[in-house]
Ligand binder design. Structure first.
Ligand SMILES: C[S@@+](CC[C@H](N)C(=O)[O-])C[C@H]1O[C@@H](n2cnc3c(N)ncnc32)[C@H](O)[C@@H]1O
Length: 343
């Protein structure tokens, strides 16, 4: 970290740039001195091997103009579920504040980006914007491409230039998570993808009703989604209501509950038919419990394993809900759900 590049912002926030970070990719942080110190103590700054395999070309994708969507990311070859697509650190990490004026914030974002190595800076400046106004270009890139990354319990806006080329779909074929210890954004495919097919993630919950998804995409990213789930919104919303009803029934542990392995299998089918493979930790979990409640510990373990696998792709290895399925897998018969619906 080149302390010579530190500039004080008021009394609270600083711009820090490390041009040698990750073999010269570089990284800029706009944050408090304390949080910058915390980030500096993380493995990517301390151990040269921590980012092994990260920020490397995976050979799985290329970018291309997609009609009506700007640039997009496409599969370079056929991909299997769980294949890794990208793993990258951010070019810019900025403390999520609302105290600065737009003009002040722009000045510091510009400083942070201009201090990056040329290749990384050019990638940042080539990214999509929402408003297209040159006077707020640096914030505009953040607006169109931001993810949130936690540093010591504080939300930071993070721009990952390569990953930013992934467009949104309400039935995405990829899922992402952020690793706050490695400061890395990981993306994996969640169903088979054909060579030349677009790789997509969801910018909003695909389980929300269509008008809510549309509202979030339009307010957050200024586009109208034209995927089949949005076009066919009446059918989609009816399926979503049915999904909710099945989940309510599986979640009901009273003696009159209609939850059963059959309902769980129907729920799994509904997720698959909607193209929601990347969100199936929920129905896999319900299926694990429903089978265990029917004394079928074999099927319960199979679904608990699938729930675990998907949580790893969707939330990462530290996700608190991983423990729920690990607990069931350790001892299905000793689990609270075992035999619970056997009367
Ligand atoms: C993170 S960028 C994705 C890559 C972008 N298309 C590009 O050219 O770099 C987000 C922007 O892409 C566009 N976009 C993403 N998904 C879209 C979709 N499903 N339909 C239309 N535009 C989309 C919107 O303009 C959005 O603000």
């Amino acid at each position: 970290m080149d302390r010579g590049l530190c500039r004080l912002v008021g009394s609270k926030l600083c711009v820090y740039t490390d041009t040698s970070f990750s073999d010269g990719r570089g990284i800029s942080l706009f944050t408090t001195p304390e949080l910058a110190e915390h980030a500096l103590a993380l493995p990517p700054f301390q151990n040269p091997d921590a980012l092994k395999g990260i920020n490397k070309a995976s050979g799985t994708w290329y970018t291309q103009e997609i009609p009506g969507k700007g640039m997009g990311m496409l599969a370079k070859r056929d991909l299997q579920s769980k294949d890794r697509i990208t793993a990258h650190t951010p070019a810019l990490l900025a403390y999520l504040e609302s105290d600065l004026s737009t003009t002040e914030r722009e000045k510091f974002f510009k400083l942070a980006v201009s201090q990056l190595p040329e290749e990384t800076r050019e990638m940042y400046l080539g990214l999509a914007t929402v408003y297209g106004l040159p006077q707020v270009k640096y914030q505009d890139v953040v607006k169109a491409n931001t993810f949130q990354l936690d540093i010591d319990g504080h939300n930071h806006l993070a721009v990952f230039p390569e990953t930013s080329r992934m467009n949104h779909a309400c039935a995405p074929n990829a899922q992402y998570y952020l690793d706050p210890t490695l400061l890395t954004h990981f993306v994996h495919v969640t169903r088979p993808v054909k060579e030349g097919e677009e790789i997509t993630i969801s910018y909003t919950s695909p389980l929300d009703p269509t008008h809510i998804r549309q509202q979030r995409l339009s307010q957050g990213f200024h586009f109208t989604c034209t995927c089949t789930r949005c076009i066919d919104h009446e059918r989609t919303d009816t399926v979503l209501q049915h999904i909710q009803a099945m989940q309510n029934s599986l979640n009901d542990w009273s003696p009159s509950s209609t939850g059963s392995p059959d309902v769980a299998e129907e729920l799994l089918d509904a997720y698959r038919q909607e193209g929601l493979e990347g969100f199936m930790d929920i129905p896999y979990g319900f299926a694990a419990l429903a089978y265990n409640a029917a004394n079928d510990e074999g099927m319960a373990a199979e679904y608990a394993e699938r729930a675990e696998e998907l949580i790893l792709l969707k939330d990462g290895a530290w996700a608190p809900n991983l423990r729920i399925w690990q607990e069931l897998l350790r001892d299905p018969r000793g689990h609270w759900s075992y035999g619970r619906r056997m009367g």
